[in-house]
Design a protein around this ligand. Structure first.
Ligand code: ZN
Ligand code: ZN
Length: 376
């Protein structure tokens, strides 16, 4: 049996490991064999290692990490129609439980049982290796010119879903400003809106890209020096930077005025919760960070409950994304690059070969944003 080199987690061993897995093969006429070119890394990968939190399948001893894929189709099953050999592709991450109605209707991101699996995260292998096989229905072809941005489709799809949630929920209030064509369900929804984005990691930056693309007046809250690549990128997007080491939360709200949207992308739970008592009336707060471990904090529970009710506030969590959000991301990548001078090229700060895993998983660089692993 042919085996391939892979990087990930092993049962009963801490830290990042390398091992060999059987080379995947097409077994059904609906499957596609993909040669992996690039895999992007994000906070989920780093946190699984840092907190030794792993979800390895019962019949396995290891889990290949990585869930942001750019690949090339190498072979297709005889019933596959939407991709062909040589196409550049990416794929969704979650595989539904096959039990709940959302999963049975291509909306596994809203799974109701929790019995889903996820490539590179929960039970099924990810993309820090050289080949993967999966069903055609999870695979998306990248249009010409988009090949080099393939690894951004997955993280951008997470931001797309977050913004979609905001727009769906806030369409409850068509008159958020005095212009009827600025309602949240209209094309120009971003006009006359102000947003806070908490955290300028890759997800916070991609959310800022989408908010700025829609014309939202955006402030990004971070704790980095002005020269840091994160802050320079925020500014290139036409967003304002708020250094939360220098400004208190009430001061930040005073500076921005009515904040219609808060997009949390830091996982800094105490800071995130401390934002709630300052939320504007009828506003929405979408949370995407997933902190690990435990942190006890004290807050005025009466005040928070009273305020959420009296001010019609929405606090909503969002995780994962489905194929629709991947399609939205593929559609928006060229728009982002056109409007902001190929900014996505600058977001990739580090590239490594697959076997340099001890380096890329231990990187603590001051100018680190997106890390990409090249398989070739
Ligand atoms: Zn489900
Ligand atoms: Zn307006």
């Amino acid at each position: 049996m042919e085996t391939i080199f892979a990087v990930g987690l092993k049962k009963d061993v801490k830290g990042i490991q390398s091992f060999y897995i059987p080379k995947p093969e097409i077994k059904k006429p609906t499957e596609v064999l993909i040669k992996i070119k690039h895999t992007g890394l994000d906070g989920t990968d780093f946190n699984m290692i840092k907190y030794d939190s792993k979800d390895i399948a019962e019949n396995r001893n290891e889990l290949v990490l990585g869930h942001e894929l750019l690949g090339v189709v190498e072979e297709i099953g005889k019933n596959v129609k939407t991709v062909k050999k040589g196409d550049f592709v990416t794929m969704t991450v979650r595989r539904g439980c096959n039990i709940c109605p959302p999963c049975l209707h291509e909306q596994s991101d809203m799974c109701m049982t929790g019995l889903f699996t996820e490539r590179g995260i929960h039970k099924i292998d990810g993309f820090l290796t050289s080949y993967v096989v999966d069903e055609e229905k999870y695979i998306l072809k990248l249009p010409k010119g988009l090949e080099k941005y393939g690894i951004f489709v997955e993280p951008l799809s997470i931001a797309e879903k977050g913004i979609e949630q905001i727009r769906l929920i806030q369409s409850r209030m068509p008159w958020a400003c005095k212009h009827p064509n600025h309602s949240f369900d209209s094309k120009k929804w971003g006009d006359c809106k102000t947003a806070f984005v908490i955290g300028a990691g890759p997800l916070g930056i991609l959310a800022t890209c989408l908010l700025r693309l829609a014309g939202v007046n955006t402030y990004v809250l971070e704790r980095k020096d002005e020269e840091h690549i994160k802050i320079k990128t925020i500014k290139r997007l036409g967003a304002e930077y708020i250094d939360i080491r220098k400004i208190t939360i009430p001061e930040a709200f005073k500076l921005a005025g009515d904040v219609n949207i808060i997009f949390e992308a830091s996982g800094a739970s105490e800071f995130a919760i401390n934002m709630i008592p300052h939320m504007s009336r009828s506003s929405i707060y979408v949370m995407t960070g997933i902190p690990k471990g435990e942190l006890k904090a004290t807050f005025d529970a009466h005040a928070i409950l009273r305020q959420i009710v009296r001010y019609n506030q929405v606090i909503v969590g969002t995780v994962n994304s489905n194929k629709n959000h991947f399609e939205m991301a593929i559609n928006d990548i060229p728009k982002i690059n056109r409007k902001f001078g190929n900014i996505l090229d600058n977001i990739i700060t580090h590239r490594f070969k697959l076997n340099q895993y001890e380096q890329y998983f231990n990187l603590q660089g001051p100018n680190q944003l997106k890390i990409v692993v090249d398989m070739d």
